[in-house]
Design a protein. Structure first.
Length: 216
């Protein structure tokens, strides 16, 4: 049965987080198709992975027999994360926009799994694995909007997930999530509600389609 790697990174819990809520809808639809499948779950806000260190980085370019004990321990933690990615048949990532970029905890995870000669390079070890990113944001940064130049989430993740790791990337973008809580954005609430509804529908549809595709 298929394995889903599910990563959340929002600092907000449960339904207070749009990325978590939409990702949860995706996961539930996935699990309905794969009731006996495996879900590897990481909540990077509750249980962050270590930021990359000199030992963890240098160990990747040092022969195993020449690594120091500190390098070996740090690299073992990286390998565990890398193997979770390599074992996954599909990946689901909640990536809310925090100060125009991804949460630092998600960046730490990416820094750990990016390893030249294994997950990155001419033949990335997880190449072709489908990854769905729930890229929620408080405003709108689509082309043509006043703040389109501040969109560093999708641009960055496309470069890393698709361009470097070779994953088959798809985005779901719930936007204007601050509208219900910010009086200055009150006129945008209908657009927020439409975006939220569309995100939930897309999550459910994409999860089912992906599950069916992998089962074929």
């Amino acid at each position: 049965m298929a394995t889903l790697l599910h990563i959340d990174s929002s600092v907000l819990p449960g339904e207070a987080s749009s990325s978590r809520s939409v990702a949860d809808a995706f996961r539930k639809a996935w699990e309905e198709q794969h009731p006996e499948g495996t879900v590897i779950y990481r909540d990077l806000a509750a249980d962050p992975v270590p930021h990359i260190t000199a030992d963890a980085w240098s160990a990747g370019y040092t022969a195993p027999t020449e690594r120091t004990p500190e390098q070996s321990a740090a690299f073992a933690a990286r390998v565990k994360l890398i193997e979770e990615l390599e074992q996954a048949d599909a990946v689901l990532i909640g990536a809310p926009m925090h100060n125009f970029s991804i949460p630092s905890t998600l960046k730490a995870w990416l820094d750990n799994v990016l390893l030249l000669g294994r997950t990155a390079g001419e033949t990335p070890s997880a190449q072709g694995t489908p990854v769905t990113v729930i890229a929620s944001r408080g405003g709108s940064y689509r082309p043509g909007t006043p703040r389109e130049g501040f969109e560093f989430v999708q641009n960055y993740l496309e470069a890393v997930l698709k361009g470097t790791l070779g994953l088959d990337l798809d985005f779901i973008v719930p936007e204007l999530t601050m509208a219900p809580r910010n009086p200055a954005m009150s006129e945008l609430v209908p657009l927020y509600e439409a975006s939220r509804q569309r995100a939930f529908e897309d999550a459910t549809t994409k999860a089912k389609e992906l599950a069916e595709r992998l089962a074929a």
